[in-house]
Design a protein around this ligand. Structure first.
Ligand SMILES: [Zn+2]
Length: 187
């Protein structure tokens, strides 16, 4: 796999000036280093990884995302991909999703939320001049990666703040429905 840090550095744990600078600038953090080391080990068992390129790993609240360069997963079949995800999940102790990067933010979001579907997506400008993206997904139950993790991966990989909404929620939000007095009796 093509890594943004030297393979020799990753193996030895001692970083050259170039790699040190990338870490200092925050382009990659300790978690990236951990995941890159792990992927290096996994290349033996998954030779398809040799053609892949590393982009970023994001340790989200509910899910770890391993983001690889566009096209990296082309040579994987479904079974291999499941096996890779399983190995990564075991080693990192968390639900892992391996996704490809996309140049376009909306396409990247589509990739990350599968099997949920993007119903609408638009940019909103805030009074302070900053910009957010609002995305509406079809059904909360279909978003397996978690809302927080989705926001985290889009912010870290694309530099875009996200607001997430759903066409259909898991259940109607109770606090909006029930009056305090009524809920005392019903609960
Ligand atoms: Zn280096």
């Amino acid at each position: 796999m093509e890594y943004p840090l030297c393979v020799f550095d990753l193996k030895s744990g001692i970083f050259c000036h170039k790699c040190e600078e990338k870490l200092r600038l925050g382009l990659y953090d300790d978690f990236d280093v951990k995941v890159m080391k792990l992927l290096l080990e996994l290349e033996k068992g998954f030779p398809q990884l040799q053609k892949a390129g590393y982009v970023k790993a994001v340790n989200g609240e509910e899910t770890v995302f391993v983001v690889l360069r566009e096209g990296s997963l082309r040579s994987f079949d479904f079974r291999n991909l499941v096996a890779l995800r399983k190995r990564l999940s075991e080693s990192l102790g968390k639900h892992v999703r391996v996704v490809e990067d996309r140049p376009d933010v909306a396409r990247f979001i589509e990739e990350v939320v599968v099997p949920a579907r993007v119903v609408a997506i638009n940019k909103i400008w805030l009074p302070d001049g900053s910009e957010e993206m609002r995305v509406i997904l079809d059904y909360e139950r279909n978003l397996k990666v978690g809302v927080k993790s989705l926001m985290q991966v889009v912010e870290k990989v694309k530099g875009v703040r996200l607001r997430v909404d759903f066409e259909r929620r898991r259940r109607p939000p109770r606090r909006l429905q029930a009056q305090p007095r009524a809920s005392k009796h019903t609960l």
